[in-house]
Write a protein that binds this ligand. Structure first.
Ligand SMILES: [Ca+2]
Ligand SMILES: [Ca+2]
Length: 132
């Protein structure tokens, strides 16, 4: 019994150490009239946030069957550090992969390629420690 308790304690400690910047979260939403607008092209945009730590590998995938997606990522200073229109030729969904340049709160902008596009979407955010 004592051994089991020790193992569980070790696992709990590992989990705490490992989860500092870990993210595995799905945001679902809808682009629609009344949403914020991107100033450059007046397209609808929703903002979602997540926290991670410097050096973590971030992967963000945005998918929609209703409209041509566009994805932007702001770092904790508010600077746009990545954006993507299409993951591949013939696939209008969006994907961003990068290493977190600093620790803090990141903002994912779920956007459409052009103004007036509306519909449901899903954004999946994963952040994991490098090498894991
Ligand atoms: Ca919305
Ligand atoms: Ca697109």
């Amino acid at each position: 019994m004592r051994r089991i308790t020790t193992i569980l304690g070790a696992l709990a400690a590992l989990a705490l150490v490992g989860c500092g910047g870990e993210v595995d979260e799905t945001f679902t939403g809808t682009l629609e009239s009344g949403d914020d607008l991107v100033p450059e092209d007046n397209s609808f945009v929703d903002h979602h946030t997540f926290d991670t730590e410097e050096g973590y590998q971030i992967t963000i995938d945005m998918t929609s069957t209703d409209f041509d997606t566009y994805l932007l990522l702001q770092d904790p200073t508010g600077a746009t550090i990545a954006q993507n229109d299409d993951v591949a030729d013939g696939n209008t969904n969006s994907s961003i992969t990068l290493t977190a340049p600093s620790s803090g709160t990141y903002i994912v902008s779920a956007n459409s390629k052009t103004s007036g596009l509306t519909g449901a979407y899903s954004v999946h955010v994963v952040a994991s420690k490098p090498g894991e």
